[in-house]
Write a new protein. Structure first.
Length: 320
């Protein structure tokens, strides 16, 4: 492995001068800088970030554990927040838990061993509390995203119950009465079913609990949707995720159902939904990204963190 000392010997300069070039701090003459940079490139020198972390106490690295790789909404939020962290010189390491408790635990241990400064994750279970304790004992800032499983660490969630209320209220106001809700079967998430029930109660209508379905976000539910449509004959469907929305459209196509036969509202807002004129419950990505940044960076820079449970409010976008 090429060391700073090797670069210094090749260029016949001091180790401290090479270090200044590598860190881009302090004065180095143009001639020496060009000579050192040429040697770095020629010899393939790469800075030892672990050694720098041991010296400074920070790696300026943030670990993110994404629970559902298929959910494109997560990727859009990830894209924005990675860019925002990069603007203040933080690197990001992304791992995936695939909604699996054991994999979530493995990711936590890996990120702790990598000496990240923060871990942002979507919790699958509250059973991995030991991992939270280990991370915090290593002075790692931990933030829950989209689900809140632990009261003693901060969280940023979207009020999905209110989103389901908005969707259901709109459909009931449009005269729909047999509304099916396709929700997610995960713990520690704002419950869309409660918003659905609240809307029916507000309209003074009787709801059918069997019209509320909860599925794992990891598996295809197209065949389930086809069965639901055949048996329940709904006049409207609320898809609790964008992946569920895609599979509803696939089921419509397979059953030769026209757009005006069953109304559809999909959680999450994407360009393809706009092109298809499908109404959505938009989860504000910019607002979510800002909230993550404004909670994480000050906590890291100030070395302290007030536990806050923040909730972002979605909005209904109606398309016809």
């Amino acid at each position: 492995m090429v060391r700073i000392k090797d670069i210094a010997e090749k260029c016949n300069v001091s180790i401290s001068m090479v270090s200044r070039v590598v860190r881009n701090v302090g004065y180095v003459s143009r001639a020496n800088r060009e000579k050192i940079e040429s040697a770095i490139k020629e010899m393939g020198y790469v800075a030892d970030e672990n050694a720098r972390a041991l010296k400074n106490g920070q790696t300026r690295t943030i670990g993110i554990i994404v629970s559902d790789i298929k959910n494109f909404f997560y990727n859009l939020v990830l894209e924005k927040i990675v860019k925002k962290f990069k603007e203040v010189n933080y690197k990001v390491v992304v791992t995936y838990s695939f909604e699996n408790e054991a994999t979530e635990k493995e990711n936590f241990l890996y990120l702790v061993a990598s000496k990240v400064d923060a871990i942002i994750f979507t919790p699958i279970t509250s059973d991995n509390e030991e991992m939270i304790r280990i991370a915090r004992n290593h002075n790692i800032f931990v933030l829950q995203l989209f689900r809140s499983a632990f009261d003693n660490i901060g969280s940023i969630t979207v009020d999905d119950a209110y989103g389901a209320y908005l969707a259901t209220s709109h459909l009931l106001n449009e005269g729909k009465r047999n509304v099916v809700l396709l929700s997610v079967n995960v713990k520690h998430t704002p419950h869309r079913s409660q918003g659905y029930i609240n809307a029916y109660n507000e309209f003074g209508l009787k709801y059918d609990m069997s019209n509320i379905y909860k599925f794992s976000p990891n598996f295809s539910i197209k065949e389930d949707i086809i069965k639901i449509i055949k048996e329940k004959k709904p006049d409207a469907i609320i898809a609790g995720t964008n992946t569920f929305g895609i599979e509803v459209l696939e089921a419509f196509r397979e059953l030769n159902i026209e757009e005006n036969q069953i109304s559809l509202i999909v959680f999450d807002e994407f360009k393809w939904l706009d092109l298809l004129k499908i109404s959505t419950i938009a989860q504000p990505i910019d607002e979510i990204s800002e909230a993550i940044y404004n909670y994480t960076i000050p906590s890291l820079e100030n070395g302290c963190c007030e536990v806050k449970h923040l909730k972002v409010i979605p909005k209904l976008i109606v398309r016809k």
